[in-house]
Ligand binder design. Sequence first.
Ligand code: UDP
Length: 382
Amino acid sequence: MRIASVVGTRPQLIKAAVLQPLLRARHDEVFIDTGQHYDEALAGAFVGELGLAPPDYQLGVGGGSATEQTAAMLSRLEPILAAERPEVVIVYGDTNSTLAGSIAAAQLRLPVAHVEAGLRSFDRRMPEEINRVIADHLATWAFAPTPTAVENLAAEGRTRGVHLVGDLMQDLAARLSAEVRDPAVLGPIELRLAAQSAGLRLRPGRYLFATVHRAENRQPAALRAWAELLGGVASEARPVILALHPGTAAALDAAGVRLAPAVRVIEPQGYRTTLALQLHAAAVLTDSGGVQREAAWLGVPCLVLRSATEWLEAVADSGGRMVVVGLDATRAAAELDRLAPADRAESIARDRATGLRLEPAGAAAAIVAALEEGVGSRESAS
Ligand code: UDP
């Protein structure tokens, strides 16, 4: 089979890193990076860390508005896909790269496979929601990570070509969680982070880990609200470690919003470091879809800094450890008291790491098997 994979952002590089080895074991893959995330910490680092092949095409389309980006990607993708003629074009998630990959392929009559299909926030103000809906309806294969995603697709009349395959990110977290289970991994991370945040100490259960990057949380009022929320739960004894996305950093700067001193800002981190920082934290605060699920798989309390989540199963299966708090500072503080009380958070974190057993979802194998079957039957029908 000849496959083209289109990626562009951090979570897409991470997902591609799980699927790529299985694809390449039996098939030809043309790997296309749109360059949507062009920052080294957001993109480049993952290629080396997760063993991704270097892209065959680097489109270099970073920056600009969503429309400008999508348009530039479309015009660069078209001649590449037309020349390569893959039997399937794989797109991931819900970004501009997903949208452009889907449209460019569909216009060339190339079948699209959408990984992470069927997620819905039911909020069309989110750019991601628009991208998902379009990608799902252009796709020949809709690879859904959860039963809710399958139901969402059915509610929109989409049942053919829908495959419930589980979550690729779980495959990766399961594979690498053993490497970060021992709290001793925090030592070298602490040393490395000293250059970014002087005097930062990392002890299991004695810090909170946070990420914030969604467009809705880059608006001035939202920036002020979550900055206050993080400042309210951070203390010298239990700082918030905020792995700050460069887009969010720029938005904070532009709005003149300052973070409290106990909110320790660090650069975006590599995958293993992020997994380790989550596992050994007292709790995670995030608006990231990936970080939410990882926290759920690791069993770490997680406050979701959004008004809704697409990951209903993660909340339902968390035994109350995952809570959608929005930007409500009072609620966030109360949930942290309940889920990670300061006097017990360290022993809770140590027990969690010791008892961690995370199984892979088998999503990568299920996707490859469905494509092999589907492409084979399309060929024999033509
Ligand atoms: N991540 C990372 N470094 C960081 C923050 C996040 O490696 O500093 C990882 C995280 O562990 C998860 C993925 O990036 O695997 C989530 O990506 P992101 O939050 O950018 O996007 P989303 O999941 O919201 O689409």
